[in-house]
Design a binder for this molecule. Structure first.
Ligand SMILES: *Cc1c(COP(=O)(O)O)cnc(C)c1O
Length: 421
């Protein structure tokens, strides 16, 4: 039903037939997996995907591998390394809907993944692929979520992991999580972008399997975010899908996934995509509003949203072409706007890390400017968990909480005073 996929260069189109094709073509372009879907019985697959929702163990209990036929059909089942990733909640919040001022808003909480971020959707596929090729050492450069995810899957697979993490503008929680799963962790002077450049140059020489977002198997896995969203909405997606943009792997993946769903007849129309960047790390948005087609990197990206503190996003070309072909938009938000939206999301009971809150902050702006119509509907992808960045919580909440709770003697009158009894 589904034939073997091939790997091709995104820039020059050259086919890469070798099993271990690496990450870049000789021309410098990124690689991409091209599926040969022939004679796919869409209704039958929908039924299979639905039946798998009742599985509790085994690879098809995963919210990624549930869609194996559309992600990595020819991988032997026994190579799969899974922690039942995906399977995340889809929520509505009246307070958020009112604050943004739209008819309907959904929040897809990828923060509920086993390591606490959407990186698990892609990482399960990359690590499974690497293991199937016989690798036992896995690596990445990361602002923290990719490394946490990689370290978790490598440990599950009984393999080793080595990660490069910038010393500054990262969240300590993510580094601790990475260390806890047993990864060899090297802090370095520089930014995420320096780490990526290092691996693009030396990664193959080291003989390690590289799990950065340039790895085309991660992109295949991340497609499952929109597959799961579509399935849980009975294959009718909202008008907009809103997500934060850092390395731009996720927008690339969601766009590829949506195009494939449309081509195979799972969905009938293409939603629009909005990519929101933090102002201090917004080279992609800057390119679009200035009407350029070439990205000018930010040499010193800076934002409190550490997960998107990226000045030279590797997947910018794929993301650019996608937005051009399906009619998407971009916007940027300040750190202040991110924190305001984060407070709203946290207080709704859903919660997220700062980078994820950029979605709601951005949507608010896009509605205010008229790019998004109040009568439309949207789904915001919440990419990372509330507990991924407790420094931010300490800065924004702790002082106040300390005054209220820690300096008070436990006393019924004080408590009555609080609640106005
Ligand atoms: C990685 C990450 C992003 C950015 O995704 P890209 O694919 O790099 O654009 C956003 N939010 C969180 C929490 C992340 O971990």
């Amino acid at each position: 039903m589904v034939e073997m996929a091939t790997i091709a260069c995104y820039d020059c189109g050259k086919r890469h037939e070798e099993e271990d094709a690496g990450y870049r073509c000789e021309c410098g372009g990124l690689l991409e997996i091209i599926h040969k879907f022939k004679g796919v019985d869409t209704e039958r697959l929908k039924r299979i995907f639905h039946e798998r929702l009742s599985e509790r163990t085994g690879p098809y209990a995963s919210g990624v591998w549930r869609y194996k036929e559309l992600i990595y059909p020819d991988l032997p089942e026994e190579a799969i390394v899974t922690k039942y990733e995906g399977n995340t909640g889809l929520y509505r919040s009246e307070s958020i809907r009112l604050a943004v001022g739209m008819r309907e808003i959904w929040l897809k909480a990828q923060s509920e993944n086993p390591s606490g971020s959407f990186k698990d959707n892609g990482m399960t596929v990359a690590v499974s692929h690497g293991r199937a090729l016989g690798y036992s050492r896995f690596t990445c450069a990361s602002t923290g979520n990719t490394s946490s995810s990689l370290a978790m899957y490598a440990a599950l697979a009984g393999c080793e992991s080595f990660v490069l993490v910038p010393k500054e503008q990262i969240s300590i929680n993510k580094v601790l999580q990475t260390l806890a799963y047993g990864a060899e962790t090297i802090g370095f002077d520089g930014t995420y972008d320096d780490g990526i450049r290092f691996y693009e140059r030396y990664g193959r020489e080291l003989g390690w399997y590289i799990c950065n977002s340039i790895n085309p198997y991660r992109i295949e896995g991340q497609k499952s975010i929109v597959y799961e969203l579509a399935q849980s909405m009975d294959w009718r997606l909202p008008d907009w899908i809103v997500l934060p943009g850092g390395a731009l792997s996720n927008v690339t993946a969601l766009g590829k996934g949506l195009k494939e769903l449309l081509a195979l007849g799972f969905i009938e129309r293409m939603p629009k995509i909005a990519v929101v960047q933090a102002e201090g790390a917004s080279p992609f948005h800057a390119m679009r509003i200035e009407g350029r087609r070439e990205l000018v990197p930010f040499e010193r990206p800076s934002t409190i949203a550490t997960a998107v503190n990226i000045g030279h996003p590797p997947s910018w070309k794929k993301a650019r072409d996608l937005l051009e072909s399906i009619g998407g938009t971009t916007c940027s938000v300040t750190d202040g706007e991110i924190l305001e939206a984060k407070r709203l999301i946290d207080r709704s009971g859903i919660g997220c890390e700062p980078a994820s809150a950029a979605t709601v902050a951005g949507l608010r702006k896009l509605v205010a400017s008229g790019t998004v119509d109040r009568d439309e509907t949207a789904a915001c992808i919440l990419t990372g968990n509330l507990l991924k960045d407790t420094d931010i919580l300490r800065h924004t909440l702790w002082e106040d909480a300390e005054r209220r709770t820690l300096t008070t003697k436990l006393n019924i009158e004080t408590i009555k005073g609080w609640i106005g009894l």
